[in-house]
Design a binder for this molecule. Structure first.
Ligand SMILES: NC(=O)C1=CN([C@@H]2O[C@H](COP(=O)(O)OP(=O)(O)OC[C@H]3O[C@@H](n4cnc5c(N)ncnc54)[C@H](O)[C@@H]3O)[C@@H](O)[C@H]2O)C=CC1
Ligand SMILES: NCC(=O)COP(=O)(O)O
Length: 348
């Protein structure tokens, strides 16, 4: 069966989004020409054209309209009107506006079935908010655009799969948000996502909030009073869940294959191990030359995967940004879209 297009949203045109997109398209050209993969890039035509000319002149991205009857296998959709030129590395409200509009288009196309999934290049949260879109990131924006309460961020790098109870909030907010309902929602969505990724009987560990899981109450009672009873209930309901496991060793155990995923309590608890293992730095040059890892939003009616790095304004426009995470995000989107199509076929 011919696959549906995947929407690739450009993110902030001032970031590395345009260049990693054209480099990824060039790297995937063989699969696109073979009819295995179809991509629809959504964003700023000016930024895309500049990146294509500089870094991948051999690819062509013809512009299409959302309601055209058929799109070529590799196509481009303008997200909104171009304003003043957006310069690489320069934060602007216009960059945030483009990032928002691209995602909005992507959601519309995914909901109408014109694309099979949305793959997002990075947006800059400050620019987004400057443009008047008051979201902490894609995750919250996508939840609102699709009418969902309580989406979950899962990072994946090989067998390091980590979902998060909380993400973009101050550390002092975290304990208030670590509730039995939220932990259970994250466990349920993580289990479902793991099955979508081919893990038939997932074993999930829950990381402790406090050092040493509270050390018998010496370092706080949250793990004892809130986290442990929620895990006990999940186990009673038939889930394979372990924890709370102290946060300093739970990721070593995940890496060793003792679990299929870890539920982390807060942003940096979950992000640091995945990025430390996924981002490769060339020891000779100090350059970040290959960034592996993907961010997947769980709980949405549409499939969304993303790079797990940011806009990297410090290197934008130089052509040195690694496109690897974007390629992996595209591959995960294909896998999840195929799983969803299979499940729909079996249900009907
Ligand atoms: N999926 C998304 O939309 C994400 C967006 N962000 C946003 O991006 C903005 C900048 O965030 P930062 O904390 O500075 O993180 P960042 O990931 O943009 O940059 C951190 C460091 O990583 C390097 N880097 C990032 N991606 C790279 C790549 N593909 N190849 C080579 N080097 C790379 C940068 O040059 C920089 O030194 C913020 O507004 C943040 O919220 C951050 C993470 C994900
Ligand atoms: N730390 C991950 C990040 O900032 C990406 O957030 P989102 O835009 O995927 O919500």
């Amino acid at each position: 069966m011919t696959p549906r297009h995947l929407a690739i949203t450009m993110g902030d045109p001032a970031g590395i989004g345009p260049e990693i997109i054209v480099k990824a398209c060039r790297a995937l050209r063989g699969r696109i020409e073979a009819g295995e993969l179809r991509l629809l890039v959504i964003g700023s035509g000016d930024a895309l054209q500049r990146a294509r000319t500089a870094f991948a002149p051999e690819i062509t991205l013809p512009e299409v309209k959302a309601d055209d009857r058929a799109w070529p296998p590799l196509a481009f959709l303008q997200a909104g009107p171009e304003g003043a030129p957006i310069e690489p590395g320069i934060l602007s409200a216009d960059g945030g506006r483009f990032a928002y509009l691209a995602v909005e288009h992507g959601v519309r196309l995914a909901r109408s079935g014109q694309v099979g999934a949305i793959v997002t290049a990075p947006l800059n949260k400050e620019a987004l908010n400057k443009a008047g879109y008051h979201y902490a990131g894609h995750t919250e924006m996508l939840a609102e655009l699709t009418g969902v309460k309580g989406s979950v961020m899962l990072l994946a790098h090989g067998n390091m799969r980590v979902s998060h109870v909380t993400t973009h909030c101050a550390l002092e907010e975290v304990p208030k948000r670590v509730t039995p309902q939220r932990i259970r929602q994250v466990l349920d969505l993580t289990q479902r996502a793991l099955r979508g990724l081919g893990v038939r009987h997932p074993h999930i560990a829950v990381a402790a909030l406090n050092p040493h899981a509270g050390e018998g109450g010496l370092f706080g009672r949250h793990d004892i009073d809130i986290v442990a009873p929620t895990i006990a209930q999940a186990v009673a309901d038939g889930m394979h869940v372990t924890g709370p496991v102290p946060g300093d060793t739970v990721f070593v155990k995940l890496r060793a294959g003792q679990f299929d995923a870890v539920v982390a309590m807060y942003h940096d608890q979950g992000h640091i191990p995945v990025k430390l293992l996924g981002f490769h730095v060339d020891p000779a040059t100090g350059k970040w030359d290959a960034l592996s890892g993907v961010n997947i939003t769980l709980g949405l009616p549409v499939i969304r995967t993303s790079v797990d790095h940011g806009t990297a304004f410090d290197i934008a426009g130089k052509g040195i940004a690694s496109e690897r995470s974007l390629i992996e995000a595209i591959e995960y989107a294909e896998l999840l879209a195929a799983h969803r199509a299979n499940a729909t076929e079996h249900a009907s």
